[in-house]
Write a protein that binds this ligand. Structure first.
Ligand code: SP5
Ligand code: ZN
Length: 354
């Protein structure tokens, strides 16, 4: 199985994250991707390669070019114009209730302090010196995996870090800068002329991917996640969000209760897969978060390592080409085994883990 991974992910390396009213060690750190890479490298069924460099064209097909420009220089500007800081985080968000017409008219503000709050929606996603380069490398892995599948592979995996599914067309947050899965899905739709489905199985609702495709009928979005009534990102992912305009009916959200175990998860996944199948996609892009794991320190679902293998098997049973891209997963000791189990399940290999 082809795996695309770049060492440049390590350039995104925050000291802290501000989460749950605490300044704490980042959940999303370079060791996550290193653990996945090590698990796959130890198994000869995976063939790991560095991605090609794709430039900013496919990114700007999805994201505001202003966001791309911002990332390219924001950390340096902060050092120069405010003060030296390893992690750069906004302190005022450009909330639309601050004044009438916010977002229309005046546009992006001038100072770096104001621009941070213009492009970012929350506090857990610091910019560091190498964040832009790392985020570009994650997009490169996603696009290389997409290209591989367009060229005829039935499955390819992009070890994307930082993850992507919380980034909207013009906002970053949730550990995400560029929406790797959305960029890959838009690229596949444009290249193939066929319909694409994004199946998002990360614990958290993929609010960014949903926003990007909400009014499009060529890319559908199907997501299983912790119910936003209790789970981050809180404001999106309810079952009544189903798309709008041309995209009406092409968004499908399945909020899950705390404690959902393998059998309950597989039952919900099977229903979501029926929806995916009915959309008749030429390619399915999977946003693979393994933070649904029973041992995840942040989340409250109860999927096991063996359960991930069953999930991979169920998704592959669609019989459609799969581009699988890494999103979350914070149990550092199990993330490699969980991703490996999912991928091996998807290629019909026996799931051996307990
Ligand atoms: C890609 C991805 O998985 N992003 C997730 C970002 C979630 N960040 C904040 C989660 C807040 C959870 N608070 C619950 C505290 C339990 N100790
Ligand atoms: Zn997540």
């Amino acid at each position: 199985m082809r795996v695309f991974a770049s060492p440049r992910h390590q350039l995104h390396d925050p000291d802290h994250e501000i989460e749950a009213s605490r300044l704490q060690q980042p959940f999303e750190h370079p060791g996550r991707a290193e653990a996945i890479r090590a698990a796959l490298a130890a198994d000869e069924r995976f063939v790991i390669a560095e991605p090609d460099e794709w430039g900013t064209g496919p990114i700007e097909a999805v994201h505001d070019p202003g966001l791309v420009r911002f990332f390219a220089s924001a950390w340096e500007e902060y050092q120069r114009d405010v003060h030296p800081a390893h992690d750069v985080v906004p302190d005022v968000f450009a909330h639309r209730r601050l004044r009438a017409g916010m977002g229309d008219g005046r546009g992006e503000p001038a100072t770096i302090a104001a621009r941070l709050g213009w492009w970012c929606f929350e506090t857990t996603t610091p910019l560091t010196a190498g964040t832009y380069e790392a985020a570009r490398s994650a997009v490169d892995s996603a696009l290389s995996a997409a290209r591989c599948v367009l060229d005829g592979e039935s499955l390819a995996y992009g070890l994307c870090r930082p993850p992507g599914h919380h980034a909207t067309d013009s906002l970053y947050g949730g550990y995400c800068f560029f929406n790797n899965a959305a960029i890959a899905a838009a690229y596949i739709a444009a290249e193939s002329g066929g319909r694409v489905a994004v199946l998002d199985v990360d614990y958290h609702h993929g609010n960014g991917t949903q926003q990007i495709f909400y009014e499009r009928d060529d890319v559908a979005f199907v997501s299983l996640h912790g119910d936003p009534a209790r789970a981050y990102p809180y404001h999106t992912g309810f079952a009544d969000e189903t798309g709008a305009g041309r995209g009406a009916g092409s968004t499908y959200n399945v909020p899950l209760p705390a404690g959902t175990d393998d059998d309950a998860y597989l039952a919900a996944l099977d229903r979501a897969l029926t929806t995916v199948d009915a959309l008749d996609p030429a390619v399915v892009v999977v946003s693979l978060g393994v933070d649904t794991y029973a041992g995840d320190p942040m989340c409250d679902l109860e999927v096991t390592t063996r359960g991930f293998g069953r999930c991979g098997q169920a998704v592959a049973a669609l019989g459609r080409p799969l581009v699988v891209l890494q999103e979350g997963g914070y149990a550092d000791d199990a993330i490699g085994a969980n991703v490996s189990s999912w991928l091996l399940g998807a290629v019909g290999e026996a799931v051996s883990s307990p």
